[in-house]
Design a protein around this ligand. Structure first.
Ligand SMILES: O=P(O)(O)O[C@@H]1[C@@H](OP(=O)(O)O)[C@H](OP(=O)(O)O)[C@H](O)[C@H](OP(=O)(O)O)[C@H]1OP(=O)(O)O
Ligand SMILES: Nc1ncnc2c1ncn2[C@@H]1O[C@H](COP(=O)(O)OP(=O)(O)OP(=O)(O)O)[C@@H](O)[C@H]1O
Length: 430
């Protein structure tokens, strides 16, 4: 296995981070094993008590990151490997990580630095294909939920809102109400529609949120030549950065056109949409009803039996993916789900959640305003990242959040003002 000490901490440059992971790109002398890779490291809260730490991760520090097995043994069965980054484990060392943290911590956003840092105790990290490197534009989109739920198992209170307004748009309403940032002009159902105008509309909505949040919204990140671009530095997205020849509106238009074209040329959004929908045929409401039948305890959120189930391990996931992908898939009657298939439905929901929360990287040429149609000739590629397994304990949280999202929207937004989100895969009435 590769050892990170074969490189120096100053060979790595901060790229970006999420809630759980921080990512650095290799910028050292040419080395086939490390050039073109990023280093993904786990983070820990700054003031985590030792007792909590032991409880949450017994022995985790020495294990390979589960994302590697999950991707190579399971996800590659449903997402062709050309759309996934290469992942491999790498040995870490505490002193090396401390040096890296000392060199790079100032480059992290202030709000992140205040709450967490690199987990210095981990013995293994992940090397992944560097998706921002090179003289190109890398656009990262977190598309979120691709579909409207089937009405079959929805309650009286939620059915009309959940079949009209998508989960993302209702969640955005709740976030704004709670004072958080949200991409209120973006609807994922437009992005996943396959229709040029609707996809362009979705990309415009993402751009608007990116500008108004000063680049901090998590649904759109832009990198040019390996570095994050902010709304005040949009000219860095251009091949020719001559300020006299570029205004922000022309750059926005060129971005929307080029990104829309790349998204439509790739099957990736369709793959994600099909997986999300097929793996969540009951909605969390239908799954909760099934769990309650199993637990025989209608008072508990999800039924005692479901709450007691351990997280799936890699062999559970392999079995599940084998069943899901087998030609003679289980003959499931989603309108009348059987208790016998409870575990299948639970794992399917967890996996659907992974695809609802992943991101995609679109790599394209830098924009060329003097030749706006040039991108018709140029190539682009799309890669899916952040495909992490979700834990069982999330099921109860999702049920609660789903109720809060739908009920708040139903109660507070008058029928005439509710958004109508169009699911392109469903027949449209009228
Ligand atoms: O529930 P959601 O839709 O808000 O998604 C969470 C994300 O929030 P978002 O609304 O995309 O800003 C959230 O994203 P942020 O940390 O807010 O950037 C996480 O991705 C979270 O997953 P996990 O708990 O880290 O495994 C996500 O939780 P999951 O629901 O995917 O478990
Ligand atoms: N292979 C890659 N190449 C370049 N940059 C990457 C790569 N993978 C991730 N990143 C960057 O690092 C960021 C954090 O990675 P990731 O989304 O996997 O972290 P996370 O903590 O799991 O996120 P979240 O909180 O959204 O679940 C990404 O948003 C992206 O900007």
């Amino acid at each position: 296995m590769l050892d990170i000490r074969q490189t120096g901490p100053n060979d790595w440059d901060y790229v970006s981070e999420g809630g759980a992971t921080i990512v650095f790109s290799y910028r050292g002398p040419a080395r086939p094993e490390f050039s073109d890779t990023v280093l993904r490291l786990r983070k820990v809260p700054l003031h985590q008590h030792n007792s909590a730490k032991e409880k949450s991760s017994p022995g985790d520090a020495d294990k390979d990151d589960p994302i590697i097995d999950f991707q190579t043994k399971c996800l590659q069965k449903v997402v062709p490997s050309q759309y996934l980054p290469d992942l491999q484990p790498v040995h870490l060392e505490e002193a090396w990580l401390k040096d890296l943290s000392g060199l790079q911590n100032h480059r992290r956003p202030q709000n992140r630095r205040e709450v967490d840092g690199i987990d210095l105790e981990r013995k293994k990290g992940v090397l992944a294909t560097d998706l921002v490197k090179g003289t190109c534009l890398s656009v990262e989109i977190k598309p979120k939920w691709a579909f409207l739920p089937s009405p079959t198992h929805l309650s009286k209170e939620t059915k009309s809102v959940k079949t009209q307004t998508c989960r993302f748009c209702m969640h955005s309403y709740l976030k704004v109400r709670e004072g958080q940032e949200a991409a209120t002009d973006y609807c994922p159902l437009d992005l996943f529609s396959g229709d040029r105008d609707r996809v362009a509309n979705a990309v415009s909505g993402l751009w608007k949120a990116w500008v108004s949040s000063n680049g901090s919204i998590n649904n759109l990140k832009i990198f040019a030549c390996g570095k994050a671009v902010g709304p005040s530095s949009v000219r860095r997205m251009l091949q020719d950065q001559d300020p006299s020849r570029s205004d922000v509106e022309s750059i926005r238009q060129a971005f929307v056109t080029a990104l829309t074209r790349s998204l439509l040329a790739s099957p990736v959004l369709n793959i994600l949409s099909v997986l999300q929908r097929e793996l969540d045929p009951l909605d969390i409401e239908g799954l909760a009803q099934l769990c309650q039948r199993a637990g025989g305890s209608p008072s508990s959120q999800l039924g005692a039996r479901c709450l007691a189930l351990p997280d799936p391990d890699i062999s559970d996931w392999v079995d599940f993916l084998n069943t899901y992908t087998s030609r003679d898939k289980l003959q499931l009657d989603h309108a009348n789900p059987s208790l016998e298939h409870l575990k299948y439905y639970m794992l399917a929901y967890l996996l659907s959640a992974t695809f609802k929360d992943c991101s995609i990287f679109v790599r394209m040429d830098l924009l060329d305003l003097s030749r706006p149609n040039r991108s018709e000739e140029s190539s682009s590629s799309i890669t899916v990242v952040d495909l992490e397994p979700k834990p069982m304990q999330k099921l109860a949280m999702w049920k609660k959040l789903d109720r809060e999202i739908a009920q708040t929207y139903a109660l507070e937004v008058p029928v005439t003002q509710r958004k109508t989100c169009v699911d392109a895969q469903l027949p449209q009435l009228g």
